[in-house]
Design a protein around this ligand. Structure first.
Ligand code: MRU
Length: 372
């Protein structure tokens, strides 16, 4: 994944000052590329809740780095461990749907429990946050390799004609550490010279499609076209979509997936038009404790202002404008659940499987039965 031709990751320690963690403020893209310092663990918590960072894997990684920052702040303090654990409790409430948040916090809590001396916490938590990032990058590459086979199959059936892939929201490099989940197979196919073209859903209300996915595809030279969220069904009816790939924020052990609001409608349209609908996910997104996505996955409801206001560039600069009458009642569910029966397959770092308990257990026999 490149920005202006340079290889990049989405979260890193500041060169020459490892006590500061840096991120891209994703709210400002595509208009401005702003690197934001995270100095305290509260900075990390706000970055997650205010969506400077977003996307399930990056939320998890940011939480892990925030606990490192909490340890740095209290490194000479006998209360260091308690302080970090209190920070973990607060971080756990920053966003409810992406399970990677809970997964990362639990993983760091276990590491803390195994660390005898409080004075070692800074080193240990730094190592763990780095490990989480390295693993996520490796996982994305695995998803990319397995998903590539799918795209190669379609390209060969179409005898080299363009493969048209529809995606929703941003499950790209910006949502992970690098490569992304849904975009990883697309980047791999593009790098291999396969003629791919991506239909990018705008993804109201936060516009992760128009502001993030379109931007990162452009930075990497992948042909794409932005569409309004309601266009997908029409494109599918007219044979203009060969494959849908989305990401997910939480997957039940039975293969139901929660993803950005509107994903379910795309899956319904794909089902009606015999378009294969795949979901790309790291194993860290599977919640092995739940089986019914509609019943069990908490769906985040966000500020009504995200629906009434829109941010962009006008003739006088960057601004946010109101688009509705002030007394309009607004609801803003941020995610929906696509039942496994509408999903053709799940693309994971271990391979592609049916969206079912057997499918996931087959690929991850060691994880099945674990808490998350
Ligand atoms: O609200 P966000 O931007 O954090 O939601 C992210 C998504 O829903 C993405 O589509 C993504 O698939 C999940 S993370 C790879």
């Amino acid at each position: 994944m490149r920005i202006s031709g340079e290889k990049f990751r989405t979260i890193w320690q500041k060169p020459n000052d490892p006590a500061i963690v840096q991120i891209i403020d994703q709210r400002r893209l595509p208009h401005e590329y702003v690197v934001q310092d995270l100095v305290t663990w509260q900075d990390g918590a706000s970055a997650i809740s205010d969506m400077l960072v977003r996307g399930a894997p990056l939320i998890g990684a940011t939480a892990a780095w925030s606990l490192y920052l909490a340890a740095v702040e209290h490194k000479a303090d006998t209360e260091c461990r308690q302080h970090v654990l209190r920070a973990a409790d607060v971080l756990g409430g920053t966003r409810p749907t992406a399970v990677n948040l809970i997964w990362a916090l639990d993983r760091v809590r276990q590491v803390i429990a195994r660390t005898a001396a409080d004075t070692d916490l800074v080193t240990v938590l730094e190592r763990e946050a780095r490990a989480i990032c390295l693993e996520d990058a490796r996982i994305s590459r695995g998803i990319g390799e397995h998903g590539l086979a799918l795209i190669e199959g379609i390209a060969s059936r179409k005898q080299g004609e363009t493969v048209n892939i529809l995606t929703h929201c941003n499950a790209g490099a910006l949502a992970t550490i690098e490569y992304g989940t849904a975009t990883a197979p697309i980047y791999f196919a593009h790098e291999k010279g396969i003629d791919v073209h991506v239909w990018v859903d705008e993804t109201r209300p936060r516009n992760q499609g128009s502001q993030l996915t379109a931007w990162e595809l452009a930075e990497n030279g992948v042909p794409h076209t932005l569409i309004v969220d309601n266009a997908g069904g029409h494109l599918m009816q007219h044979g203009m979509v060969d494959l849908c790939i989305t990401g997910t924020d939480r997957t039940t052990r039975t293969g139901d997936v929660a993803n950005k609001i509107g994903t379910y409608l795309k899956a319904l349209a794909a089902h009606d038009n015999d378009v294969p609908f795949y979901v790309a996910l790291p194993s860290t997104t599977i919640d092995w404790t739940i089986s019914d996505g509609v019943r069990d996955i908490p769906i985040e409801e966000r500020d009504p202002g995200e629906v009434s206001m829109i941010y962009g560039r006008s003739n006088s600069g960057l601004e946010t404008v109101n688009t509705v009458a002030s007394d309009t009642r607004i609801s803003n569910f941020a995610f929906d659940v696509t039942p496994a029966r509408l999903i053709t397959g799940l693309i994971t770092e271990h391979g592609i499987c049916e969206a079912s308990e057997d499918g996931l257990r087959g690929l991850f026999p060691d994880l099945a039965g674990t808490r998350r």
